[in-house]
Write a protein that binds this ligand. Structure first.
Ligand code: NDP
Length: 444
C-alpha cells in the first residue's frame, strides 16, 4: 500500500468530505509501515474495505414544532465495520452534522472500539437537528421521529447507538423509549441509558474520567504527577464536566471551559462548587457558559478558544479541529507538557505535528477518550446478563481498560529514541485486530 495513493484515490471518490479524508490520512500515514509487512493485506485490498463504510442510511426526519409548523431534518447512520462485533457508536445532533463528519467519526470509532479490547464494531449516526433553543417536547418529538426510521437498522446484536454532541441522557431516554415501543422488546439496544432502565453506573462519567486516567499514565512515563497541575479544558458538556470532576479528585486545577460562543478563564480554578453550578447550568437550565463569568466575576472571551491561556496541560473536550497549528504553537510556547484528546479529532494534523516536534506528550482521542465506549461495552455486558455492577466494579474495569490501552500504545508506538508516538501506537494496535478479523472472514 502506498498511503498517499490511497488517500488521493479516496479524495477523488469523495471530493466533498474533508473531515473523512483528514481522519483517514492520519491513520493511513501511521499504519503504512506495519501494513506493508503483511503482503496478504494488500492482495485482499484490505485498506479500501477498511476505509469505506459497510453502509450508510440517509433519511429525512419530519416533526412538528411547538408552534405547529412541520420541520424537516436530514439524518444518517453510518455502519462502518462489523468485523469484531456489533456496530457501536454515538448519535450526534448538531447543525453541522453531514456525511463527512459522521464518516470520520465512524471510521475513528472502528479503531477506538478495537483498542478497548471489547467486541464492538464501529458506527456513528446523527442529524443536523440542533437541540439548542428547542423545548423538551420538541426534542422528544424529534427523537421519536428519528427512531421511526432508525429502529429498523439497529438492535442489541446489530447496532447499538449511544450519545455524542447534543445527545445526552435525556435524548437517549426518548430514543430508547421509542425503540422499545416499535420493536416491542426490552433489549440493550442503546447505551448511556438511565440507571432505572438498564444504564450502567459510571457511563456518564466514563469519557472524562477515562481521559484523565490515560493522562496520568502518560505523565507517569515521565515521572510527572498530575497533582498540582493547571489544566485548560474546552467544552462544557458531558466530557468536559467529568474531566473537571476527575481532575479535582486527583488534585489538579481546571482553569477554563467553553461552548460554541466563547470561553471562561477562572484564575482561581473551577472548584467543586463551581462545577456543580456548571452542571446545573448546562444540564438543567441549558444556559450558556458566559453566565459562569457573570456569576463569579471572571474573564469571558467571546468567539475564542482557551488555548492562549497559560497552563501545564490541555484537554480539548468540545469538537473536531478546535486546536489548529497556531493554537498548538501557543500551547507549546506557554510550556504545556501534555495534550490529551477528550473530543474526537480536536487537533488538526498540523497541530499534532507541532506537539510531536516539540516532544510533548500527545494522545489522540481514539485512545484517550475510549473510556466512554468501553463503559458502553460494559453496559452491553450487564444488559446481556440482566445484572447491574457496582460503581466500584465498573470504575475498576474502566481503569483497567485505560491502562491496557496505554500499554498497547506504548507497545506499538515506542520510537528508537525511547519516546512514545501515541498516534502510531493507537492506530497500529487498533488496526491490527480489525485487519486480522477481516482477513479471517474472507472477502465480504
Ligand atoms: P456535549 O453536547 O455534551 O458537549 C459538547 C460541548 O462542546 C458543548 O459545550 C458545546 O457547546 C461544545 N461544542 C460543540 N460543537 C462546538 C463547536 N463547533 N465549536 C465550539 N464548541 C462546540 O457533547 P460531549 O461532551 O458528549 O462531546 C464532546 C466531544 O467528545 C465530541 O467531540 C464527542 O465526539 C467526543 N466524545 C464524546 C463521548 C461521550 O461519551 N459523550 C465519547 C467519546 C468522545 P454548545 O453548547 O455551544 O453547543
Amino acid at each position: 500500500m502506498n498511503a498517499q495513493n490511497v488517500i488521493e484515490n479516496l479524495k477523488k471518490r469523495f471530493p466533498n468530505e474533508p473531515e473523512y479524508i483528514q481522519a483517514v490520512s492520519v491513520v493511513l500515514n501511521s499504519i503504512e509501515e506495519e501494513y506493508n509487512k503483511h503482503p496478504e493485506f494488500d492482495k485482499a485490498n484490505l485498506i479500501e474495505r477498511l476505509c469505506i463504510p459497510d453502509r450508510i442510511f440517509t433519511f429525512r426526519v419530519s416533526w412538528v414544532d411547538d408552534k405547529g409548523n412541520v420541520q424537516t431534518n436530514m439524518a444518517y447512520r453510518v455502519q462502518h465495520n462489523m468485523a469484531i462485533g456489533p456496530y457501536k457508536g454515538g448519535i450526534r445532533f448538531h447543525s453541522s452534522v453531514n456525511p463527512s463528519i459522521l464518516k470520520f467519526l465512524a471510521f475513528e470509532q472502528t479503531f477506538k472500539n478495537s483498542l478497548t479490547t471489547l467486541p464492538m464494531g464501529g458506527a456513528k449516526g446523527g442529524s443536523d437537528f440542533s437541540p439548542r433553543g428547542k423545548s423538551a417536547n420538541e426534542v422528544m418529538r424529534f427523537c421519536q421521529a428519528y427512531l421511526l426510521e432508525l429502529w429498523r437498522h439497529i438492535g442489541p446484536d446489530t447496532d447499538v447507538p449511544a450519545g455524542d454532541i447534543g445527545v445526552g441522557g435525556r435524548e437517549v431516554g426518548y430514543m430508547f423509549g421509542m425503540y422499545r415501543k416499535l420493536s416491542h422488546e426490552f433489549t440493550g439496544t442503546f447505551t448511556g441509558k438511565g440507571l432505572e432502565f438498564g444504564g450502567s453506573l459510571i457511563r456518564p462519567e466514563a469519557t472524562g474520567y477515562g481521559n484523565v486516567y490515560f493522562l496520568t499514565s502518560m505523565l507517569a512515563t515521565k515521572n510527572i504527577e498530575l497533582k498540582g497541575k493547571k489544566v485548560l479544558v474546552s467544552g462544557s458538556g458531558n466530557v468536559a464536566q467529568y474531566t473537571c470532576e476527575k481532575l479535582l479528585q486527583l488534585g489538579a486545577t481546571p482553569l477554563t471551559l467553553s461552548d460554541s460562543n466563547g470561553y471562561i478563564y477562572d484564575p482561581d480554578g473551577i472548584t467543586r462548587e463551581k462545577l456543580d453550578y456548571v452542571m446545573e447550568l448546562k444540564n438543567v437550565q441549558r444556559g450558556r457558559i458566559k453566565e459562569y463569568a457573570e456569576k463569579y466575576g471572571v474573564k469571558y472571551v467571546e468567539g475564542a478558544r482557551p488555548w492562549g491561556e497559560k497552563a501545564d496541560i490541555a484537554l480539548p473536550s468540545a469538537t473536531q479541529n478546535e486546536i489548529n497549528e497556531e493554537d498548538a504553537k501557543k500551547l507549546v510556547a506557554n510550556g504545556v507538557i501534555a495534550v490529551s484528546e477528550g473530543a474526537n479529532m480536536p487537533c488538526t494534523p498540523e497541530a499534532i505535528k507541532v506537539f510531536q516536534d516539540a516532544k510533548i506528550l500527545y494522545a489522540p482521542g481514539k485512545a484517550a477518550n475510549a473510556g466512554g465506549v468501553a463503559t458502553s461495552g460494559l453496559e452491553m455486558s450487564q444488559n446481556s446478563e440482566r445484572l447491574s455492577w457496582s460503581r466500584e466494579e465498573v470504575d475498576a474495569k474502566l481503569k483497567g481498560i485505560m491502562a491496557d490501552i496505554h500499554a498497547n500504545c506504548v507497545k506499538y508506538g515506542k520510537e528508537a529514541d525511547g519516546t512514545i508516538n501515541y498516534v502510531k501506537g493507537a492506530n497500529v494496535a487498533g488496526f491490527m485486530k480489525v485487519a486480522k478479523a477481516m482477513m479471517a472472514q474472507g472477502i465480504i
